[in-house]
Structures are given as structure tokens and as C-alpha cells.
Design a protein around this ligand. Structure first.
Ligand code: ZN
Ligand code: ZN
Length: 243
């Protein structure tokens, strides 16, 4: 299972960058996890806008779904051009019916609801979901394929069940929106100290810090996480690949 980080920023993309977006690939099936601002542009370094089989959205904050509108228009453009295209699906939760209703587009994109009670199969990938602690309904995802397990926390403050959900995975993509001491749990986000605690319990084989803050030196995040977690820690950047 190949993972490519498409975007790594919290809230808004810095110049030339993107907010949340992660491409996973296996057996020529391509699935994008979240589609924040700048993601559609950055994605094209790795695959065309017509090659995605599916997009799975964790929640409907702009930094996770802003480029869905751009993606819909891309399908219209390529349909008009007669480009050979897949029939993409966008998966989202239905806790917010209005937001879910905006995902499907003409007869080009189907919207499918997932729920956290049931595994979801997309090609070779088996998805399971855990509701996180965030101001709006949001779901962390576990993706399993060919004996490998990856977890993406999406947006959340720290809670024990999230660590248990991510136990001993091959790759854990953890949101790390602030530095040790930042008061961001109230906004449903994790600091480096929270991620250190999460990783110390989950013990992933590899840890990627993403959803990064717009201040400070990100290397400090790695140092603060490493106070509690001795394993492999990397900062997410567009183009980081794990397989
Ligand atoms: Zn959010
Ligand atoms: Zn976010």
C-alpha cells in the first residue's frame, strides 16, 4: 500500500502547498483521503484528476474538503473533452446531511455514506472508522490492505480510544496542530505532547506528523514527540512516500 502525502498544512495552504490530502494506491486503485485547499493542484504531481477511484472525507471543514468543488469541475471539463475516466465516488459521513448532499455531482460523481459501525471496501482497501473529538463530526480512518495497516487520525484532540484504534499500525498519520503547551485541545486538535502520548500507546512502526501549524520550527514538533515516543518520526511534506 503506497501512501503519498499530498498536503500537510493546518487551516490554509502556504504558498505552493496544500492542506489535508493523502493518496493511497494499490493494484492501480487510487484513493484520496481528504481534499483540502491546494490538494487538487498538488495531486497532479502524482496522478491526474481523472485517475482517482474514490475520495474519502474525514469531515467537512474547509481544510479537508475545499477542493471538492474544483474536483467536480475537473470531472465536467474532462467529460466534455472525452477523456477516458473512471466513475469516481466520494465517501463521506451523513452526520451532516446538508454537507453530504453537496458531494455528488451530476451523473459524474456518486456520493456514498460510510458509518463507523461497518467496514467499507474500496477495491483492495478495507476501511474502518472511529469518531474523533472535534467541534464537528469527524472520523479517523484505518485502512488495511495485504496485511498492512495505516491509520489517519484526521482532526481530533487526544483520547485513549484513538490510541487503541491506531495500535501497532505500520503507518500512523497524526494531526499535530500545535507545540507543547499550546491550548488547542478545546478546538479539537493535538499538540506534539498529545501526539507523543498517542504514539507511546499506539506504538506505530512509523509516525508521520501532519496538519502542521503556521508558526515556529516544525523540527521542534519532532523533538517534543520524541520525548515520549522512540520510534521513527517524520514531518509530512508534499511528496513524502511510504510503502
Ligand atoms: Zn477540522
Ligand atoms: Zn483540519
Amino acid at each position: 500500500m503506497k501512501l503519498t502525502v499530498v498536503g500537510n498544512w493546518h487551516a490554509y495552504p502556504e504558498q505552493g502547498g496544500a492542506t489535508s490530502g493523502y493518496l493511497i494506491e494499490e493494484e492501480n486503485v487510487k484513493v484520496l483521503l481528504d481534499c483540502g485547499s491546494g490538494v487538487l493542484s498538488s495531486l497532479q504531481a502524482f496522478c491526474s484528476v481523472t485517475e482517482l477511484d474514490a475520495i474519502v472525507l474525514s469531515h467537512y471543514h474547509h481544510d479537508h474538503k475545499a477542493d471538492i468543488g474544483a474536483y467536480q469541475y475537473a470531472q465536467i471539463v474532462h467529460n466534455g473533452l472525452g477523456t477516458k475516466m473512471k466513475q469516481p465516488k466520494i465517501y463521506g459521513h451523513k452526520d451532516d446531511e446538508q454537507a453530504f448532499s453537496e458531494l455528488a455531482y451530476k451523473d459524474l460523481i456518486k456520493a456514498v455514506a460510510y458509518d463507523n459501525q461497518q467496514a467499507l471496501q474500496i477495491g483492495p482497501f478495507t476501511f474502518s472508522f472511529l469518531k474523533t473529538e472535534h467541534p464537528v463530526p469527524c472520523y479517523a480512518m484505518k485502512i488495511e490492505s495485504k496485511g498492512k495497516k495505516y491509520v489517519y487520525t484526521a482532526d481530533s484532540s487526544y483520547f485513549l480510544e484513538l490510541a487503541e484504534f491506531a495500535a501497532e499500525v505500520d503507518v500512523l498519520i497524526a494531526e499535530c496542530s500545535g507545540y507543547k503547551g499550546d491550548q488547542i485541545a478545546q478546538y479539537g486538535h493535538m499538540t506534539s505532547e498529545d501526539v507523543g502520548k498517542l504514539a507511546s500507546i499506539a506504538k506505530p512502526k512509523a509516525l508521520i506528523l501532519s496538519h502542521l501549524p503556521h508558526v515556529g520550527n516544525h523540527q521542534q514538533l519532532v523533538e517534543e514527540v520524541s520525548l515520549q515516543f522512540a520510534g521513527d518520526i517524520e514531518l509530512a511534506y508534499t511528496g513524502l512516500i511510504k510503502e
